[in-house]
Design a protein around this ligand. Structure first.
Ligand code: F6R
Length: 263
């Protein structure tokens, strides 16, 4: 696991956008897994800037989103569908036919989830999956106790997640209690994974993800089993890591090697 510690949210966002842009430039028809929530907003802003000012081309990518609230349609302002168009897709040249977001209004949920998994496979699998992390250590909506082999399915949100996400709704009661979410097993099949976290409220979850045991009680810890994970966190989110200075040292070495390679 590569750990990149940035001074603040802004630097985290720019570093993440740089990695996503590199992926798209190296493989223009990349399959990118997108996350929603507050954390990637700065990254998406930077990607939009790169598209507008530097011509970063999204036209050949295929996208798969991690999750969607169950019961919310694409026009609902708090749906993840709406979020993605508002914060990224409407501002870049992504092909709408290649966008996949779980359908919060799916009538046959089981059939829909099965089809979603099949579509990921048909697209050749996810090349780069972007993730945030919940305070309870969840990735996508895989709450504590989710199987580390889980697949896309209907999940019940944890109390902590409902409280955290209430900030996007008028009142807590409006937060849906269920969501359609990729499973931990689905996420682990992505070729590369990029997890972002910012702020002190994420410090415990980040420490558990990087330095804790692999456990279904912190589903993000399953990323320790994946061979190509980059975690970008700001100083506040990194504040509870025991081996912070070692990660910084390793990151410096990586950068020196990368610089040498590009000479
Ligand atoms: C969003 C998602 C969630 C969030 C997590 C952190 O698609 O899957 O796992 O990444 O809840 O949310 P924020 O970034 O709002 O703190």
């Amino acid at each position: 696991m590569r750990v990149i510690i940035t001074k603040d949210y802004d630097e985290m966002s720019k570093e993440a956008a740089r990695i996503i842009a590199k992926q798209i430039k190296e493989k223009p028809d990349s399959v990118i897994g997108f996350a929603t929530g507050g954390t990637p907003l700065g990254t998406y802003k930077e990607l939009i800037r790169m598209h507008k000012e530097g011509g970063l081309d999204f036209s050949k990518i295929t996208t798969f989103n991690l999750d969607e609230y169950y019961g919310l349609g694409p026009d609902h302002p708090q749906s993840y569908h709406y979020y993605m168009f508002e914060n990224l897709f409407n501002h870049v040249n992504v092909d709408p036919k290649k966008i996949h977001i779980p359908d919060g209004l799916a009538k046959d949920v089981e059939a829909f989830c099965k089809k979603y998994e099949e579509e990921i496979k048909k697209a050749g699998g996810i090349d780069l999956q972007i993730l945030g992390i919940g305070r309870d250590g969840h990735i996508a909506f895989n709450e504590p106790g989710s199987s580390l082999a889980s697949r896309t399915r209907l999940v019940a949100l944890a109390e902590e997640t409902i409280k955290d996400n209430a900030r996007f709704f008028e009142k807590e009661e409006d937060v849906p209690r269920y969501a359609l979410s990729m499973g931990v097993g689905t996420i682990l099949e992505a070729k590369k994974i990029l997890l972002l976290a910012s702020g002190e409220s994420k410090a415990d979850a980040v420490a558990a993800l990087i330095e804790g045991p692999v456990t279904s009680q912190v589903t993000a810890s399953a990323l320790q089993l994946h061979p190509d994970v980059t975690v970008i966190i700001d100083e506040a989110a990194a504040s509870k890591l025991k081996r912070k200075s070692y990660y910084k040292f390793v990151d410096k070495m990586y950068r020196m090697l990368e610089e040498k390679k590009s000479l």
